[in-house]
Unconditional design. Structure first.
Length: 233
């Protein structure tokens, strides 16, 4: 009499050798190849998203740190970036920038001030002319002030400033809001200026301001600030 045979009970989910062989055949076919490509694409997209998030996080920290750093030092010119004006009267943002520029000039950090900014639709005065008049009213000689009156963006104003400054006078102190410091410095470098930023903090940067600048700096570094300006116009 033959001894009884025993049947092994496999744990749930165990793949037998026959099933494993069948899966190998399936993976080797067209369906298997498509599955492998889908997995690779999903992994690749996931990796790109992680890298993009890390890039944005690092840029946000850089924007935030630049907003509180003061790069004031002697230079060839003080460049006051324009802001809104109301019929020849500086807005609070523009006046704060002009006051900082005036302080730096009185400290003999540079022999000239460049005021920037063109005319928005419906305006009578340019931002630069408003700044010029304000500085003259506060004792700065007119011959020590240069006006850039065409720019409607930071890039346009700094590119024009670079064109009319002498080749030997390219080191500048930019006066702008703190949260704008990193992008302003990046734009200046792109147009051929060696820039240091003296930031003006009205009430300190908000998360919204830092986030917008993070997006602008992140994209500008990739495609160039000139293309970014054209894209936003």
């Amino acid at each position: 009499m033959a001894p009884p045979t025993s049947t092994a009970v496999l744990p749930p989910g165990t793949i037998t050798s026959g099933e494993h062989a069948a899966l190998q055949v399936q993976e080797a076919g067209p369906v298997g190849r498509r599955r492998r490509w889908r997995r690779r694409i999903v992994r690749g997209v996931g990796l790109l998203l992680m890298l993009a998030m890390a890039y944005l996080a690092v840029t946000f920290i850089q924007v935030w740190r630049a907003s509180s750093q003061d790069g004031t030092q002697p230079a060839d010119a003080i460049v006051v970036l324009g802001a809104a004006q109301y019929d020849g009267r500086p807005s609070p943002v523009l006046e704060a920038r002009l006051r900082r520029g005036l302080e730096l000039y009185r400290q003999d950090l540079a022999p000239m001030i460049v005021v920037t900014g063109g005319r928005q639709d419906g305006d009578t005065y340019t931002e630069a002319t408003t700044g010029y008049n304000w500085l003259v009213d506060h004792g700065v000689p007119g011959e020590a002030i240069l006006k850039e009156v065409q720019g409607r963006t930071t890039y346009e104003s700094l590119a024009a400033t670079a064109r009319f400054l002498d080749e030997d006078d390219r080191e500048v102190v930019l006066v702008t809001d703190g949260y704008h410091a990193l992008r302003a410095r990046g734009i200046a470098g792109e147009v051929g200026l060696e820039a240091h930023v003296s930031g003006v903090d009205m009430d300190g940067p908000t998360i919204a301001q830092l986030s917008r600048e993070t997006a602008a700096v992140s994209l500008g570094r990739v495609i160039g600030y000139r293309r970014l300006t054209n894209l936003l116009d």
